[in-house]
Design a protein around this ligand. Structure first.
Ligand SMILES: Cc1cc2nc3c(=O)[nH]c(=O)nc-3n(C[C@H](O)[C@H](O)[C@H](O)COP(=O)(O)OP(=O)(O)OC[C@H]3O[C@@H](n4cnc5c(N)ncnc54)[C@H](O)[C@@H]3O)c2cc1C
Length: 512
């Protein structure tokens, strides 16, 4: 297999499998392709690996800048983390649990199960959050028929129909806003809570489906059906990259894939030709564009965000035109490192989710990272705290933004809003003088936007892609948001395509 092009017109080493995108989905796909014996090249547009998993340093502490935990509803991520040598570093969060801020004040978030949907409306914590009428309405779910479900339904319609408005407003909307940055009315229930409706049909009620899905994690505090990695989740990316390098995978940063087409290789056999360029550096417009590099491969795995993936694939698969998914909202994370001994007591457990109806607070969620992760608290030392607030939510402008005046946009506005919101959410006076360091990280359209019907649209895209030999598409927009969905899907797609499209060379098979 051969490639051509490259800096100065030289040749580019060949690749049998090419992965476009070096986020977790692309890296995991590369691991599987290599394991199957293929020669693998991964091209990443930016200057670092990991996509939505990254690190930054604030006040001398190395912190996760994006994803910071993974759901433990299956063993998929744990298995990967063990395989790459970090098994002993998997840690549970502090069991303090999370809180929710409702219009009538803060309360502990009940052991709600899935997306805030309770497994038992009469659980004392649920009853406290819903009030008696709310629990009575929610328990109607047990008696309502489950037959005749619509093909597509939003999270809001599902919850409202089964359990009523109070469950939706007081439990589900804060959790969905915090996790998916969107209003539950916009999100496809099957995409953000995969398998829940199928279980509902099987078990006879939504509550029973939630109880069944919680499985092993039942009885734990809300928010604790996740795990992290001591030192930060970004260590998973570092370890994965090291493993790929050791296995002989070619990892190339600063290469934006911008072209994908069918080609005939030197031997006349059909292959894929992939064009990539170094993204333009900031500078004067008359700087000449860098030359495109060309790669040829038998197998191509596209591991980009949804809109970029479909745009790239559309040249090779014209039927995809018009299937571009909607980009997600821009999420802005403000991290504050605080000198604030009052926070040693974890006044709001591991953090607070904000109900959209709460006026005067711009943040949709706050994570008290030093309360959540013991390793971080030990590193920060007594009295020093890390809190992370997230801003940006798709859908109707929430009450808190409308009433707070403007949506904070610049770094300075976000910092000011974060100090004020942290004070209100944690119930502790915090002033800018208490801030030892801060940072704003923007994730533009990074959270896939799973609007109603998304699952069917992804299925249509995947079947068009699957009709092409040696082509696969992976990533959070296709698999569902979050590592627990992305990792097993990327593995399965890569394994299947390697089996179908590659010709593994046993001599090249990596050891692990
Ligand atoms: C702020 C934030 C917090 C999150 N927190 C959690 C969490 O705690 N737990 C959890 O499970 N999930 C979390 N998620 C979701 C999770 O991080 C994602 O589902 C997952 O990381 C997506 O991985 P991916 O590989 O599909 O996409 P990405 O991580 O987006 O990777 C895509 C990669 O492709 C590159 N790329 C784009 N265009 C090109 C191109 N043309 N050529 C080459 N490369 C290109 C990008 O630079 C990027 O590196 C969070 C997401 C965000 C944004």
């Amino acid at each position: 297999m051969s490639g051509s092009g490259g800096p100065g017109g030289g040749t580019t080493p060949s690749a049998r499998a090419l992965v476009a995108g070096g986020g977790i989905s692309g890296l995991v796909a590369a691991l599987e392709l290599r394991r199957a014996g293929l020669e693998v090249t991964v091209l990443e547009a930016s200057g670092r690996w990991g996509g939505c998993i990254g690190a930054h340093e604030v006040a001398g502490l190395t912190l996760d800048s994006g994803a910071e935990s993974f759901a433990t509803r299956t063993d998929a991520v744990r298995t990967l983390v063990q395989e790459i040598g970090l098994g002993d570093d998997i840690v549970p969060p502090h069991p303090a649990g999370a809180w929710v801020l409702l219009p009538d004040g803060p309360s502990e978030l009940p052991k709600t199960g899935v997306l805030g949907i309770p497994a038992n409306p009469w659980d004392p914590e649920v009853r406290r959050a819903l009030g008696l009428p709310g629990s009575v309405r929610a328990s109607l779910d047990r008696w309502l028929p489950v037959g005749g479900q619509a093909r597509q339904v939003s999270v809001a319609d599902l919850v409202r129909a089964r359990m009523g408005r109070r469950v939706l407003d007081r439990l589900v909307a804060p959790v969905v806003g915090g996790v998916h940055s969107a209003d539950p009315a916009m999100l496809d229930a099957d995409m953000v809570a995969p398998g829940l409706r199928r279980l509902m049909a099987e078990k006879g009620s939504l509550a029973a489906a939630v109880a069944a899905q919680r499985g092993a994690s039942r009885g734990q505090k809300a928010g604790s059906a996740v795990a992290g990695v001591s030192g930060g989740l970004h260590r998973v990316v570092q370890a994965l990259v090291q493993r790929l390098e050791a296995d002989g995978v070619r990892l190339v940063l600063g290469q934006r894939v911008d072209r994908l087409e069918r080609s005939a290789g030197d031997d006349g056999a059909p292959r894929w030709r992939v064009g990539a360029v170094a993204p333009a550096a900031e500078g004067p417009e008359d700087v000449p564009a860098r030359p495109e590099q060309l790669y040829e491969a038998d197998v191509v795995v596209v591991a980009l965000g949804g809109p970029a993936a479909v745009e790239l694939l559309s040249d090779a698969v014209p039927a995809l035109a018009g299937h571009e998914p909607v980009p997600g909202p821009e999420v802005k994370l403000v991290t504050l490192v605080l000198d604030c001994p009052a926070l040693d007591a974890r006044p709001r457990g591991t953090g607070v989710l904000v109900a959209p109806q709460v006026p005067g607070i711009g943040a949709k969620a706050l994570t008290h990272a030093t309360a959540k992760w013991d390793w971080l608290s030990a590193r920060a030392g007594e009295g020093t705290h890390v809190v992370r607030l997230s801003y940006g939510r798709a859908g109707d402008p929430p009450a808190q933004i409308a009433e707070a005046g403007a949506d904070p946009e610049t770094d300075d506005e976000l910092f000011a809003a974060a100090v004020q919101d942290a004070s209100a959410l944690l119930g502790v006076a915090i002033s800018p003088d208490d801030v030892l360091g801060w940072d704003v990280v923007r994730w533009e359209g990074a959270l896939p936007f799973a609007t109603v019907g998304h699952r069917d649209r992804v299925a249509a895209i995947r079947s068009l892609v699957a009709a092409q030999p040696g082509l696969a598409v992976v990533g959070g927009w296709a698999a569902g948001n979050g590592l627990a969905a992305v990792v097993p899907d990327a593995r399965a797609q890569a394994t299947a395509i390697a089996a179908a499209g590659g010709s593994p060379d046993p001599e090249q098979r990596p050891s692990a």
